[in-house]
Design a protein around this ligand. Structure first.
Ligand code: GDP
Ligand code: MG
Length: 157
């Protein structure tokens, strides 16, 4: 029931190029989650293997090389969002991996068509969220602050 669960959310290069940083941030902000960190990734990324590490569980998929070059094709807006069930609810806000199956009202359902251009990433488990946050952010880039809205969002913070 922790209201401090963290998830790693990234706006992929297509989302950044299409001007969707604002709308995607708005979904998380208006849901009631708290932003703990944000940055636009440097290009080139700190190490060429960075995205291969991020997607290491997919390295044997046929679309892996295409996925890595897509993700390396422009800046990525990397974020950490925090709140109760942030990982699971974050995935719900994103919608199904393939936008063809994403419900209207979800980010992918509203803003994307192709699975290979699905505009955003979200961690799938709390354990992977912690790994991804450690891969993308230094400890001192995470900001612990209490939102003034806290008691209006949580019945029992
Ligand atoms: P996610 O956790 O919902 O992002 O989905 P996965 O972890 O399974 O896949 C990571 C990313 O790889 C997805 O968000 C897509 O951008 C891409 N991807 C997944 N499946 C496919 C596919 O069948 N074809 C292509 N071209 N890309 C895919
Ligand atoms: Mg995934």
């Amino acid at each position: 029931m922790s209201s401090n669960e963290q998830t790693f959310i990234a706006i992929k290069p297509d989302g950044v190029q299409r001007g969707l940083i604002g709308p995607i941030i708005s979904r998380f902000e208006s849901k009631g989650f708290r932003m703990a960190a944000i940055k636009l990734s440097q290009l080139p990324l700190p190490s060429p293997e960075h995205l291969e590490k991020h997607y290491s569980d997919l390295s044997d998929k046929p679309f892996f090389r295409g996925l890595i070059s897509y993700m390396n094709s422009g800046p990525i807006c990397a974020m950490v969002w925090e709140g109760r069930d942030a990982v699971k609810t974050g995935r719900t806000l994103l919608g199904a991996t393939n936008p063809r199956d994403s419900a209207p009202g979800t980010i992918r359902g509203d803003f994307a068509i192709d699975v290979g251009r699905n505009v955003c990433h979200g961690s799938d488990t709390v354990e992977n969220a912690q790994k991804e946050i450690a891969l993308w952010f230094k400890k001192d880039e995470l900001n612990a602050w209490k939102s003034a809205q806290n008691d209006w969002i949580y019945e029992k913070p």
